[in-house]
Structure formats: structure tokens, C-alpha cells
Design a protein around this ligand. Structure first.
Ligand code: ADP
Length: 232
């Protein structure tokens, strides 16, 4: 692997008396699709939040393209989250009062784009996700799978370097979940987007190039790749 795009070095994180992460180290290559799996409560979400610069580890460091995020200001990390990271969660991504197209244009407008230009890009992405005809609809008028595709479009419209997805199909039935994963992987491959997906679902993990397993706050297997690309 070339220099990793994202790396955690010996990170630890506790919530009061609860230790969520213990000495976690891992490296992710550019364009890799990596699944983090393990039983509920083993620290998957905490790890994703630390890697995405949303949470600050108590010890250790997180590096994006060799930049030590843990040494950066909150303002710098927030800018990074807006520009080079995309996030997709299980629920609550889409703003219920806004139409699909308005939801997807939002991150572009926050970045200073004009609505008309942003709407053209948003529509193109909705078309690719097969929901181009739903641009004028609000989330309440869509199925869960369609809403999650709007959320996916919103996470990808800024063309992030890394997409962080936390149980992205957790609220969907099997078929809708599979469709979201197929679209997610297809768009990520087309753009060379690196993906970190946290899931307890083996079917979701099967879409990844590599699986990192966690247990009791520690990485169990798959945290590092060797030059030959083999997990160790
Ligand atoms: P997973 O995503 O694998 O279910 P989490 O990262 O959500 O695991 O949680 C890891 C551990 O940290 C669990 O014991 C959980 O109860 C605890 N935890 C997570 N978030 C918080 C929080 N905000 N406050 C207190 N404890 C938390």
C-alpha cells in the first residue's frame, strides 16, 4: 500500500468509567472500502467518530494524509469534515422540511456554491441513484430506502475523499439495504472514494475490500495491510 490516507495510532477513548477504545491502530489505503465489524458496544461507532474528527481520542493520534488531526484546532477539523469527509448515519440525515434536491444542495451551499449550480450537481447525483424523479419530494413522502439514498447523495455531493458510514442500512429492510450498499460501492469506486463502513451486518461487510474486526474496544483482526495488500 502507498502511504495510507487515514491512520489511527494507538488511540484510546473512554466515556467516564467506560473504556470504548483501547490501543487501536489501523491504516486505510486510498480508495479502499473497509468494513469495521464486531458485536454491539465493542467501540465501532466511537472509532468512526474519532477517525472522522468528530470525537477527540484521549490518547494516540489520527492522521489524514499524514496530517495529525488530533493536533489541529476544532475549526480546522470542522473545515475538513465539510470539505474532504462525507458522513452517512443510520437515521436523521435528511432535513424533513426540505425537498430531496434542497437536502442534497445544502452542503454545496454551505461551501459557498450558488443554488442553481448546486441544484444541477444534486440532480445529476439523484439521477445516478435512480431517484431523479423525487427531487421535489420531502423525506416524509419517500420510502426509507429512498430517504437513505438522498442521505447518500448528500454525503457524496461534495465529492469527499473519505466517506464514513455508520450502520448505513441499519434502518432498512434487507432489499433496500442491499440497494443502498450497491449504490454506495458503485459511486465510491467511480470516484476513488475511500470508505469506512461500520456495521454488525455480515451482508453489509461483504461489500468491503477488507474487514477489520473489533472486540471489547480493541482491533482483533485486519487493522493493517502489508505492501502486498494482505491483511495481517
Ligand atoms: P458500537 O458502535 O460497537 O456499538 P460504541 O462505540 O457505540 O460501540 O460504544 C462503545 C462503548 O462505549 C459501549 O460500552 C457504549 O455503551 C459506550 N458509549 C458509547 N457512547 C457513549 C456515550 N456517549 N456515553 C457513555 N458511554 C458511551
Amino acid at each position: 500500500m502507498n502511504a495510507p490516507i487515514l491512520e489511527a495510532k494507538n488511540i484510546e477513548k473512554s466515556y467516564g468509567q467506560t473504556t470504548a477504545l483501547q490501543d487501536v491502530s489501523l491504516a486505510i489505503g486510498r480508495g479502499e472500502i473497509v468494513a469495521v465489524t464486531g458485536p454491539s458496544g465493542c467501540g465501532k461507532s466511537t472509532l468512526l467518530h474519532c477517525l472522522a474528527g468528530i470525537l477527540w481520542p484521549d490518547r494516540g493520534s489520527v492522521h489524514f494524509q499524514q496530517r495529525n488531526l488530533t493536533a489541529e484546532s476544532e475549526a480546522a477539523r470542522s473545515r475538513l469534515r465539510r470539505t474532504v469527509f462525507g458522513v452517512l448515519f443510520q437515521f436523521g440525515q435528511v432535513v424533513p422540511e426540505l425537498t430531496a434536491i434542497e437536502n442534497v444542495t445544502l452542503p454545496l451551499q454551505l461551501g459557498g456554491a450558488r443554488y442553481r449550480d448546486a441544484a444541477v450537481r444534486a440532480q445529476r447525483l439523484l439521477d445516478r441513484l435512480d431517484i431523479g424523479n423525487l427531487g421535489g419530494k420531502r423525506p416524509g413522502e419517500m420510502s426509507g430506502g429512498q430517504q437513505q439514498r438522498v442521505a447518500l447523495a448528500r454525503a457524496l455531493v461534495t465529492e469527499p475523499e473519505v466517506l464514513f458510514a455508520d450502520e448505513p442500512t441499519g434502518a432498512l429492510d434487507t432489499l433496500a439495504g442491499e440497494q443502498v450498499m450497491i449504490e454506495l460501492v458503485r459511486l465510491a469506486r467511480d470516484h476513488g472514494t475511500t470508505v469506512l463502513v461500520v456495521t454488525h451486518n455480515a451482508q453489509v461487510a461483504a461489500y468491503a475490500d477488507r474487514e477489520i474486526t473489533m472486540r471489547d474496544g480493541r482491533v482483533e483482526t485486519g487493522g493493517r495491510v502489508t505492501i502486498s495488500g494482505e491483511a495481517r
